[in-house]
Ligand binder design. Structure first.
Ligand SMILES: Nc1nc2c(ncn2[C@@H]2O[C@H](COP(=O)(O)OP(=O)(O)OP(=O)(O)O)[C@@H](O)[C@H]2O)c(=O)[nH]1
Ligand SMILES: [Mg+2]
Length: 439
C-alpha cells in the first residue's frame, strides 16, 4: 500500500506552493517505516534536496536541506544550506521561516543540524523526540522544550528546484516580506480623521483584470482562493454592476473587515454605448452610485434615479483610482481607447482623487516578477512597457505597478501574494500622500 503523508491534500499543495511551486515525494514516514535512524537513512540519503517535517500537536515544524540527507557512516559535519519553518495545520500560508548557515551530521542516532558549530536542531527517530536551541526557537516564535516528543516524522524529496542557487533566499525572502506586509495592512488605519475607510476604484478596458485583482486581494486576506467577483472573457464587459467589495481578514477565525474597500466597475470600450458610460464616472467618484447598481452603457445614472445617493459622505467617495491595463496589450490600445482613458484621467484629477496604474497579466513578463520582490520598493524605471503606460496616462512611473492575478490556481503562492499585498500597500500610501496634499 502506498505510504501517504499526514498532511491533507490541500496542506500538501499549499506547502508545495510555499516552497516555491515544487513537488514533494514522500520518502520516509516514522509510523510506517521503522522509527530509527537507520531506516530513515536508508530511505533518505542520496536523494538531493529534502524536507524533514515533524508533527507536534497542531504545529508542523520542518527543515529544508538543499544537499543530501546526512549518512549514518559519515563522521564529518557537512555544509548543507537549509532553512527551518513552522506552520499550523490548516494554515500553511502563515508559515514562519528562519535561515541559518547549517551543517548536518548523524550523531548518536539523531539527525543533527549545527550552526556556527552549535547544535541548533535535532530529530531523534528512535525516541520520537526533537530539540532546538533558543535562537531558532525565538526566530520561529515557539516554546517547545528540548526533548519534546513528536507525533510523526516524515521526509520528502523536493523536486523542481533545479540548480537555482538563490532558491533559499528567494523562498524565505518571499515568506518574510509577505508576512510583514500582511501585518502592516492588518494594522492599517487611514491617517486622516475625516475618512474612516479608503475606497479604491478599478477602471480599465474590458477584460483587463479588474475583477481578478479584487478576487486576488480578497484571497490573500482570507488565506484561501476566493472568486466572489465574476471573472471571464467576452467582447462586452463581464462585470455589469457597480460593486463595492469589503475586504475580510479571515485569519483569526472571526472575520474582521479591513478599513479599505475595492470598487469594481464595468470595463471600458472604445465605442460609445458599449462598456462603462464615461458620464457615470464623476458620480461614482463622488460616491453617488450605490453598491450593486446595474450599469447601463447607453444610459448614465442621473440624480433622478431612485437609488442615486444625493448627499454622499466623505467616506462614500472614491479616494484612489487604479487604472488597470493588460501589460501585454498596452501598445495595442486603439487611439480612441487612449483618448477615452485620458479624458477620464482629467475627470479623476478634477475630483481630487489619487491615481495609480496597475499592469496585470505579467505572466509572460518574468523580468517584472522574478527576483524582484526583495526590491519591490524601488520603481522599475527601465522597463519600457511601464514607461509607455505611465506616459500615456501621465501617471508617474513610481505610481505604476505590475501584478499577476490569481486566475486558475487552486492554492495561494507566497511570491504572488507578496506582490499583490505590495501593490495594495502602495495604493494606500499614495492615497494618504494625496490626502496630505489636499488644501
Ligand atoms: N494570465 C492572467 N490572466 C488574467 C490576469 N488577470 C485576469 N486574467 C484573465 O483575464 C480575463 C478577464 O479578467 P477579469 O478579471 O474578468 O477582467 P475585468 O477587467 O474584470 O473584465 P470586465 O469585467 O469584462 O471588464 C479572465 O479570463 C481572467 O482569468 C492575470 O494577471 N494573468
Ligand atoms: Mg470585471
Amino acid at each position: 500500500m502506498a505510504v501517504v503523508t499526514r498532511l491533507t491534500w490541500s496542506e500538501e499543495k499549499s506547502l508545495e506552493k510555499m516552497l516555491g511551486n515544487v513537488s514533494l515525494r514522500l520518502l520516509y514516514k516514522s509510523s510506517v517505516h521503522d522509527s530509527d535512524i537507520y531506516s530513515m537513512n536508508e530511505k533518505c540519503t542520496h536523494q538531493g534536496p529534502t524536507v524533514t517535517i515533524i508533527y507536534v500537536g497542531s504545529s508542523v515544524l520542518g527543515v529544508f536541506m538543499l544537499r543530501d540527507h546526512p549518512e549514518v557512516n559519515d563522521n564529518l559535519k557537512r555544509a548543507n544550506p537549509s532553512f527551518y519553518f513552522l506552520f499550523q495545520k490548516h494554515n500553511v500560508t502563515a508559515m514562519k521561516t528562519a535561515v541559518l548557515e547549517t551543517e548536518t551530521k548523524i550523531n548518536s542516532g539523531r539527525l543533527v543540524c549545527y550552526s556556527s558549530g552549535q547544535e541548533v536542531f535535532s530529530v531523534h527517530p528512535g525516541e520520537s523526540s526533537f530539540s532546538m536551541d533558543d535562537s531558532l526557537r525565538n526566530a520561529l516564535g515557539i516554546h517547545f522544550r528540548s526533548g519534546s516528543k513528536y507525533l510523526e516524522c516524515e521526509v520528502f524529496h523536493v523536486e523542481g528546484i533545479g540548480d537555482d542557487i538563490n532558491y533559499i533566499s528567494k523562498i524565505t525572502g518571499a515568506t518574510k516580506h509577505r508576512k510583514s506586509l500582511l501585518v502592516e495592512l492588518r494594522n492599517y488605519k487611514p491617517c486622516v480623521d475625516f475618512v474612516s475607510e479608503i475606497r479604491i476604484l478599478l477602471l480599465g478596458p474590458i477584460g483587463s483584470g479588474k475583477s481578478s485583482f479584487i478576487n486576488s486581494v480578497k484571497s490573500v486576506f482570507q488565506g484561501r482562493l476566493t472568486r466572489q467577483a465574476t471573472v471571464g472573457s467576452d467582447v462586452t464587459s463581464i462585470t455589469e454592476q457597480y460593486r463595492i467589495y469589503p475586504i475580510k481578514d479571515g485569519t483569526y477565525g472571526e472575520y474582521l473587515y479591513l478599513p479599505f474597500k475595492l470598487c469594481d466597475s464595468m470595463g471600458l470600450h472604445e465605442k460609445e454605448g458599449v462598456g462603462l458610460c464615461v458620464d457615470d464616472i464623476p458620480y461614482i467618484l463622488k460616491g453617488c452610485v450605490p453598491d450593486r447598481y446595474q450599469l447601463n452603457p447607453s444610459r448614465p445614472i442621473t440624480p433622478n434615479h431612485p437609488n442615486f445617493i444625493a448627499s454622499p459622505s466623505l467616506k462614500d467617495r472614491i479616494h484612489c483610482v487604479a487604472y488597470v491595463l493588460d501589460i501585454n496589450s498596452i501598445n495595442d490600445l486603439s487611439s480612441k481607447m487612449v483618448a477615452k482613458l485620458q479624458q477620464i484621467q482629467k475627470e479623476v484629477l478634477s475630483c481630487d482623487t489619487a491615481c495609480i496604474l496597475l499592469l496585470t497579466k505579467a505572466t509572460n513578463c518574468g523580468e517584472f516578477l522574478q527576483d524582484k520582490y526583495p526590491n519591490m520598493d524601488k520603481p522599475m524605471t527601465s522597463q519600457s512597457k511601464l514607461m509607455d503606460a505611465s506616459r500615456m496616462l501621465n501617471i508617474p512611473i513610481y505610481n505604476t505597478f505590475v501584478v499577476e492575478n490569481y486566475t486558475s490556481e487552486w492554492e495561494l503562492d507566497p511570491v504572488k501574494d507578496t506582490r499583490i499585498l505590495f501593490v495594495l500597500r502602495q495604493m494606500l500610501r499614495i492615497t494618504e500622500d494625496f490626502f496630505e496634499d489636499l488644501p
